[in-house]
Every structure is written in C-alpha cells, then in structure tokens.
Design a protein around this ligand. Sequence first.
Ligand code: PLP
Length: 425
Amino acid sequence: MTDLNTLDNESLTKLNAELLRKYDSLKAKKLSLDMSRGKPCPEQLDLSMDLLDIASSKELLRANESLDIRNYGGVEGLIEAKKLFGQILHVNPNEIIIGGNSSLSMMHDTISRALLNGVVDSDIPWGKEPKIKFLCPSPGYDRHFAICEMYNIEMITIDMLDDGPDMDKIEELVSKDESIKGIWCVPKYSNPDGITYSDEVVSRLAKMQTKATDFKIFWDDAYTVHHLTEQPPVLKNILKECKEEGHPNRVFMFTSTSKITFPGSGIAAMAASEENINFIKKQLSVQTIGPDKINQLRHVLFLQDLENITLHMKKHAEIIKPKFDMVLNILESELGRYNIASWSKPKGGYFISLNTLDGCATEVVKLASDVGVSLTQAGATYPYGKDPRDRNIRIAPTFPTLAELQTAIEIVCLCVLLASTKKLL
Ligand code: PLP
C-alpha cells in the first residue's frame, strides 16, 4: 500500500510529473466517451424489441373487453397495467395510477399540483405558503433537485448513511419545521450510492412525527427490479408501513419501465393510498382524457407478471454486470492502494458512486472532459449542484461498450491520481 497522504513532497512531485506525461499523451487520441447519464446500452434495448410487434394486430388492440383501448378514456390506466405495477410495487391495483412515458414527469406534476392546489391533507396550496422546503438525501438524483430549484423549494441536504438517509437528522428537522413539506427518496439501489434503505429507516420514515400535517415522502422506486445479484436486498413496503403507523396518506411511490423496456417509450406509474389516488385522479381528468393505453397493453402483454419481469431483468444483468465488475476491478487495481478514493459496490441499479479526496471532484471531471471522457458534472448529485466536500462523482457504466468503458475508467483513475497528487503537494 502506497498511501499518497503520507508520501513526501519529492516523491509526490515525481509521481505527479509522471502522471502528467501520461495524461498529456491522451490528448492526441481525440477520444469521445460518454459516461454522464445512466442509459441502457443498445444490447439492453434489443431485449425488448418483441414489444413493438406484440400489440400490432386488431385482435390484440381489442384485447381489453371493458374498454376499447384505441379510444379516449381510462384516465387512471388499464386495470391489467395497474395489476402489473401492483405486483412491482407490492400494492393494491386500486392504489395505482398509470401515467405516460416518464415517472419523472409524474413526480414533477405531483409537485406542481401540490403547489397549485395542495395535497389531500393541505389547508392551503403549497405555493401559497410563505416558504416550503424539501429534504434531499445526498448524494442523490440531480433531476429531483432540479424540480425543487425550478419551483423555488428550498432544499436541505441530508447525509446518506450506509442504510439510507440520516434518520436522526430527519426526525429532528421535520418535528420542528412546518415548512418542510417533503423528502426525496430513491429507496432501492439509490442513485448514485446503490444503497437500499434498511427496514428501520423505512419504519422511521413512516412513523416520524412531522410538524407539517401535509408532509409527503416522494418514494422514487426507479430501480426496484434492477438487481445485479442473485440475492437482492428486500425493501420494506412503505405504503403498508405508513398505513400501520396511522399516516396512510404520507407517501407517493413512483416507478417506470424506462430501464426495463425502452426509456422514453415505457410506462410510468405512481402508487399511494386510495384517498390520495382519488384526489389526484380528479385533477388528472382535467389534464388529459386518457393516457396511451396501447403502450400499456403492449407492456402488459410483453412483461406479463413480476416473475417474468424478474427473468427479463436477469437478461439485463447479464449484459451490464460485467461492466460494473470491470469498473470495480479497475478502480481497485488503479486506486486501491493509494488511500485517495472510495467507491460503492452496488448490488443493483445503474451507478457507481466514487468519492475522491475532498476538493478534487471538479478537477477530476474537468481533467477527464479535456481528454474526451464526459462524466456527470461534479456537484450534480447535491442540491444546487454544490457538493460541500467537492468529492462525489457519479459513474454510469451501462451505456459504453466494455472496451470503451475500460479506456474511460482507466482515464478517470489517472485523473483522480493526478488531481490527488496536485492537491497533496
Ligand atoms: N428516478 C431515478 C432515481 C432515476 O435515476 C431516473 C433516471 O435516471 C428516473 C427516475 C427517470 O425515470 P423515468 O424515465 O421514468 O422518467
């Protein structure tokens, strides 16, 4: 082990010069590698091509007897689709609304409705309150934070611990401050740390006393079936827990088939208590005469049930697990001995979270970008794009080929070493 933190200045200077030479030679290669967003690779998309043919005939389009799915109507979605998502989220079909192609847009719309009209238990619309705040376990999903930023919802950073967000801090804050109206959670294989919330964290979120009577948990279960191991962790059912704790209306759950079938052409769903669902349905029926039921039927016929989805997701894992393994092996072999970085070893989801020495993440992302490797912007995983320790980098290994990934990660490691030696000098 060569702990860089204990290396003398002369050795560090020598190492830094060596690394710089290596780095400069990369510029001539004119690389263009993108590891910035968690997108499935083409081979993953190929797994769902049969979806496109499955509902092409008139017979299939008429498969749903109660409703001609080619026509308007069915604002909350096909019952078959609600049953399918009921299995995925472990809730009753009556507790589901099927949306359009994106769970993010359902989350966005849920917040904007709350701002304009309040939620089921609000006295006044959130937007009429003098100030509202959201708790943001971080590192977290940048697009959640972007919604808050756009709507001027103040974000409070909450540390992520090994089993989920810091519950002591959350309980303390929500018990005192009635302007805290919500919390963002990615409870399974969190983006980017890959953490699954422990039973205790789920129970405490359901149970805690909140000063705001209309406090809501935004439970973004985007990666609920996206396992990379044979023995996936089990996430406690938050809706059930909230009901048992006497707070049935506290949680809005979201998920989608974006990374099961086709991102952008999948289907999304939200789940909540029937009271919440009925409240939202009324507003939705003003917004639309009905969602794309043909796509819902295609998904129902293709995905069938949870058992079949599990088999389908194993095929995804066969494609992407070698990529995760490669990244982890390279991180270990290139950085493991220097004591300058740590990283997550996820059991599912789409990301590896890399922490550099404090103050180095921005520099690493810039160095990598200057030689053609784009990473998610440093800071993006924190509210307002500001990582207080400037150390977190989100690595998205799924899209590049294995060969591209190898080159990209070796370069990232070189950039981490370069930035670290510079900082320590
Ligand atoms: N939620 C999380 C945590 C994500 O990481 C992503 C995509 O990366 C999404 C939601 C987007 O989901 P959708 O495609 O359903 O809008």
